[in-house]
Design a protein around this ligand. Structure first.
Ligand SMILES: Nc1ncnc2c1ncn2[C@@H]1O[C@H](COP(=O)(O)OP(=O)(O)O)[C@@H](O)[C@H]1O
Ligand SMILES: [Mg+2]
Length: 534
């Protein structure tokens, strides 16, 4: 068990949080969430003891083994993959080392013999004999093939190193595991492996993640860092999200009522305090007024945008025909003779290892590229809005957000285009910012505002969730779920695919299609079954 008492941390004049009292118990998985810079990584460092708090303390039982997912990928470059993982279990690693050193001695004394026997016993108790096969299995589960296990870490690619470090953190079943954004850079299969591992795990897990699906699958609790406080909620991410929204709404409603009441009282006092016959009542109302307080609504660092797409007209029967299309770019065959027909109500998620092939298909569908062979035909009733993966071309001009939006609107009034910017949280003077200075996430929000304005009945979205925070992804998710037209999209966000798509098209490494009318979870389950059967 981890007990956090009266914990506070201040960097210079920046107070990250204070007076935090929490307990973390074995068997639970705590998902740590919060806006960028809220202090998630810092909180984990306080727990692991890497940094000291400004006030209060963290206590962890004696004999408790804690492991931390290492962030420095280059730290183990001179060790083999197997040894790197083995180091995750420090007592076992030390024991093995000492044992080997004794056996390597030339003059082996009686004392050495006794010590070696002791170490042998300890080694067996710590599971030393099974360690190698256990490690091998973990690595394979994470997609690191046996051929790489004896290699030096320095020889691996960045994405592979991340997986080995994850295996290191989990190896030997520590009592407490701290994982800071483990799902970044992991492919879907590895994320599924990690989910399975954590679901079976008996220790305490504290994990920072931005992936809503992952948080919903593995977390028993949510730890929210916001308002300069850290609060613990029972339940998974969706449950936290819904209940925290409700709490905020209740508080706002209550405040509104209180404000109305205050106005009434003030009005009464103003009118009647000079009036003798009513002056007693006015005085008592004054007292009441003094007691009424507006609950301090803490300033959240989170902001919730609103996304919604309204088609101007309904699509007819013929929507899209893709017939025997091929495309080669820079000598690489990305699409090889692919065909599909889009039906009414189809919401298609495109998946596959090769993101360039998916982007090429989107560019073809948006008629920005021509196929080398074959034909793409859109129905006459369709109108399309396209969200490209790379939006740099849209943000070259040195103009402000209002003028930028105006380019895409028939109605040129500022008040009109500002509505669409406002929904994506560009308000006040923000709208006069130059588009050239926008951050990645802000540009994505502009592009989504532009799509909302379009009135299109077919949406083409190539990686719309990159750079977006969880609140914006959730808003986009709601907007797409509610959209009555057709959607063709690709994203890394599992939940978005699962809740929006009713058809999955995978583009294989060979540039061909696997086309299934089912949900993403059904598709993943089917693929795992097929793999198990082979
Ligand atoms: N050593 C430090 N000195 C001063 N400020 C720091 C230090 N480490 C982190 N910060 C600041 O503390 C805040 C929280 O950082 P961090 O915990 O990394 O946030 P996140 O929630 O994104 O993981 C950020 O504003 C960061 O700039
Ligand atoms: Mg962080």
């Amino acid at each position: 068990m981890i007990t956090v008492s009266n914990l506070g941390l201040t960097y210079g004049s920046q107070k990250l949080f204070d007076r935090v009292d929490l307990q973390f118990v074995a068997g639970n998985c705590y998902g740590i969430i919060g806006a960028n810079g809220a202090g998630k990584s810092t909180f984990l460092k306080l727990i692991s003891g890497e940094i000291e708090s400004t006030s209060g303390h963290v206590s962890i039982g004696a004999d408790v083994r804690m492991s931390v997912l290492k962030q420095d990928q280059e730290m183990f470059n001179d060790y083999s993959v197997l040894e790197t993982v083995l180091m995750g279990n420090a007592p076992l690693y030390q024991c093995g080392k000492e044992k080997d050193a004794i056996y390597e001695k030339e003059d082996f004394s009686d004392e050495d013999g006794l010590r070696a026997a002791e170490l042998e016993e300890q080694f067996a108790e710590l599971g030393g004999w099974e360690a190698e096969s256990e490690i091998s299995q973990m690595l394979q589960g994470l997609g690191i093939p046996i051929a790489l296990h004896e290699k030096q870490m320095g020889e691996l690619e960045g994405r592979q190193k991340v997986k080995v470090l994850l295996a290191q953190a989990l190896f030997g079943r520590p009592d407490i595991v701290l994982l800071d954004e483990p799902t970044n850079n992991l492919d879907i299969d590895s994320v599924v492996w990690l989910e399975d591992f954590l679901l079976d795990y008996e220790g305490t897990v504290l994990v920072v993640a931005h992936d809503r699906y992952f948080l919903n699958t593995v977390c028993t609790h949510i730890v929210d860092i916001d308002f300069g406080k850290i609060k613990l909620y029972v339940g998974n991410y969706d449950f936290w999200h819904d209940s925290s929204q409700l709490m905020q709404k209740l508080m706002r409603d209550q405040n509104r009522k209180t404000e109305d009441k205050i106005q009434d009282l003030q009005e009464f006092i103003r009118r009647f305090s000079a009036n003798k016959s009513k002056s007693r009542q006015a005085t008592s109302r004054k007292k009441l007024l003094e007691k009424l307080t507006i609950e301090e609504m803490p300033a959240s660092s989170r902001r919730y945008p609103w996304v919604g797409f309204k088609p101007e007209r309904e699509v007819g029967k013929d929507i899209l025909f893709v017939t025997e299309v091929s495309k080669t770019i820079d000598g690489v065959k990305l699409l090889d003779n692919i065909s599909f027909i889009l039906g009414k109500g189809d919401k298609v998620a495109f998946i596959g290892e090769n993101e360039n092939a998916i982007s090429a298909l989107f560019q073809l569908l948006a008629e920005e590229l021509e196929p080398d062979a074959g034909e793409i035909k859109w129905g006459v009733t369709t109108s399309r809005a396209y969200f490209p993966r790379d939006n740099a071309a849209f943000f070259q001009d040195d103009i402000n957000l209002v003028d930028w939006m105006r380019q895409f609107s028939e109605d040129k009034r500022e008040s009109f285009v500002r509505q669409f910017l406002g929904r994506m949280l560009f308000a006040g003077d923000d709208v006069y910012k130059k588009v050239t200075v926008l951050s990645g996430g802000e540009k994505v929000r502009c592009m989504l505002s532009r799509m909302m304005l379009s009135g299109a009945n077919v949406l083409l979205l190539d990686q719309p969730t990159n750079h977006l925070d969880m609140e914006s992804i959730a808003a986009l998710n709601n907007g797409l779920e509610a959209f009555p037209g057709n959607i063709l999209f690709t994203t890394h966000d599992h939940q978005l695919i699962q809740t929006v798509a009713n058809r999955i098209i995978e583009i294989t490494a060979e540039g061909q299609l696997i086309d299934r009318k089912m949900t993403y979870d059904e598709y993943v389950a089917q693929r795992r079954q097929n793999e198990a059967a082979n």
